[in-house]
Structure formats: C-alpha cells, structure tokens
Design a protein around this ligand. Structure first.
Ligand code: FES
Length: 107
C-alpha cells in the first residue's frame, strides 16, 4: 500500500497507508487526518480537499483538468503551482511516499 505523508498545519506530520485506486482525499478522511474537509465528497466542487504537493512529487502527477483549475481558484488559502485537489489524485504504487502539505485553513 502506498504511503502518503501529510505535513499538518500545526507542524506535525502523519503517514497514512493508502489503498491503490482510492483518492488521496479519501485516504485522508477515512483516517481523520486534520485539515482535509472534503465537503463535497470528491465531486470536484468544494475545494476543501486542497493540498500543496511537495515540489518533487508535483511533476509526477497527471496534469490538472480545467475543472480542477477552476475550483482551485476559489480555495481558502492562496493556491500555488503545486496546489492540487486531493480528491483528484488517484493513488498508485508509484506514488508511495508522496508528501503533501495541508493548508492552514480550509473552508
Ligand atoms: S472533495 Fe470537494 S473538491 Fe475535492
């Protein structure tokens, strides 16, 4: 199972074992990882699953869809080039060890 390392807003870190095929958001919410709200349940409409993907990993992800770009424009914390909606990141064995920063605020 690929591991995801979450860098939490309080400075802590948490490593979660994700299942291949599930979204990074789902791996976070089913383990009650703080800061990933995911109000819309992965329907690409709320933006409360925003994460900053570590630069070393960001380029290994498939490109954002137009819809993802649009939702990212409305997230609570200013998005960067490494911003992604975690509900759109499908976990694969190749993503084992991915590191993501959880924003300080999600709305
Ligand atoms: S969970 Fe709502 S956009 Fe990802």
């Amino acid at each position: 199972m690929p591991n995801v390392e979450f860098l939490l807003a309080d400075g802590g870190r948490r490593v979660v074992a994700a299942k291949v095929g599930e979204s990074l958001m789902y791996a976070a919410t089913r383990t009650l990882t703080p800061g990933i709200v995911a109000e819309c349940g992965g329907n690409l409409s709320c933006g409360t699953c925003h994460v900053f993907v570590d630069a070393a990993w960001s380029s290994r992800l498939p490109p954002k869809s137009e819809e993802e770009e649009m939702v990212l424009e409305g997230v609570a914390e200013e998005p960067t080039e490494h911003s992604r909606l975690s509900c759109q990141i499908r976990m694969t064995a190749e993503l084992d060890g991915i590191v993501v920063q959880v924003p300080a605020s999600q709305r």
